[in-house]
Design a protein around this ligand. Structure first.
Ligand SMILES: Cc1cc2nc3c(=O)[nH]c(=O)nc-3n(C[C@H](O)[C@H](O)[C@H](O)COP(=O)(O)OP(=O)(O)OC[C@H]3O[C@@H](n4cnc5c(N)ncnc54)[C@H](O)[C@@H]3O)c2cc1C
Length: 320
């Protein structure tokens, strides 16, 4: 279970809900692994989010994420519990921790899945967009255990009321840190703000995304202005990032972030599959494009045919 800003990360709650669904069909228990410092009360809340058991390693040494210490504790937890499946969020932390754990346990890892299901033989299938999003491949780990997968945020709903209300039945069990878990070769002084920026894009309610059609850095600034006017965040397609108009942590798509805002405005974006993979769960989608036949226009709820350099200032003026 991952924590950001002192609360459980959305993706962890989403994975607990999915694990509960998988456990229901296979008869397996759902165990949440919680690591941190002074997280006792918060750990209990995981019983509301889909966990049958919560195993908590609560220690000062786990206050900040040290990849080597965390990997050691998680590996010992997994060796004790012997789960068939281990799920983590495809976040910065999950992408760092999961391969370390998989390598130490000598098992496989399917990274960045966008769906999960149990096959007829009870083996977990992880769906993963490949070849630029043109193929959805199913990855399985038929022999080694546990079957490890990381899953993108926002592809599953969390249980309604997760983390709130009356605590459901279940157990919270302590797990002791031992001296050999602590890695002294790496000292984490402080948390890096960039990780939080990525998280906020993936949780933003309004996103204004600019593509190559914005033309240059200065015109791309209209995306930032419109996002500011709407209380949202600016983002970009991969070409916009490669042009240096916006930072990489704001890229949407297959090799970027997955977002699920209530409102997404795409300006000068063609709508390639590698881009739309990252926005499939967006609510209302508005596209502004000079080409009425651009694939993005067919995907949008509202398609505005026009030059973004002319249309966007009009919208910004209306919202002022
Ligand atoms: C393995 C792999 C991973 C990838 N991952 C990603 C990813 O994560 N994210 C991503 O975005 N891409 C990704 N791509 C690239 C992707 O395939 C597309 O090339 C990219 O999304 C296109 O970006 P774009 O829409 O900004 O540019 P373009 O495809 O060039 O589209 C520009 C659009 O702007 C319109 N336009 C031009 N001028 C104006 C104007 N003045 N006003 C309004 N509209 C205008 C044009 O009509 C056009 O539709 C990946 C590719 C591969 C192979």
């Amino acid at each position: 279970m991952e924590r950001t800003g002192g609360v459980w990360a959305e993706v962890s709650l989403e994975l607990l809900a999915k694990a509960k669904e998988l456990g229901h069909s296979s008869g397996a228990q759902v165990v949440a692994l919680a690591l941190g410092h002074s997280i006792g009360e918060q750990a209990k809340a995981l019983l509301n989010a889909g966990a049958d058991r919560v195993v908590v390693c609560d220690d000062k040494a786990l206050r900040l994420y040290n990849p080597l210490t965390y990997a050691s504790v998680v590996c010992r937890m997994i060796s004790d519990l012997k789960p068939s499946i281990v799920l983590m969020g495809a976040t910065i932390l999950g992408r760092d921790l999961s391969p370390r754990v998989a390598a130490r346990l000598g098992t496989g890892l399917s990274a960045d899945c966008t769906d999960l299901h149990l096959n007829a033989d009870g083996i977990l299938g992880g769906i993963k967009p490949t070849y630029g999003g043109s193929i959805l491949a199913e990855i399985v780990c038929p022999v080694k255990r546990p079957q490890m997968m990381t899953v993108r945020p926002h592809v599953f709903p969390r249980l309604p009321g997760a983390s709130f209300g009356v605590t459901e039945k279940g157990t919270v069990e302590p797990f002791a840190l031992i001296d050999t878990d602590i890695d002294h070769s790496l000292v984490i002084g402080e948390e890096i703000a960039e990780a939080q920026v990525c998280t906020s894009l993936s949780t933003a309610n309004v996103v204004v995304c600019g593509g190559r059609g914005m033309g240059d850095r200065e015109t791309f600034g209209l995306c930032e202005k419109l996002a500011l006017a709407l209380g949202g965040m600016a983002a970009g397609t991969r070409p916009a990032v490669e042009e240096g108009w916006i930072t990489r942590d704001r890229q949407i798509g297959l090799s970027g972030e997955t977002i699920a805002p209530r409102l997404l405005i795409c300006c000068g974006v063609s709508g390639a599959a590698s881009f739309t993979t990252g926005m499939l769960n967006a609510g209302t989608v508005v596209a502004i494009n000079i080409d009425a036949r651009a694939p993005m226009m067919a995907q949008a709820d509202y398609a505005i045919v026009g030059d973004a350099r002319e249309v966007m200032p009009l919208i910004i003026r209306q919202t002022a």
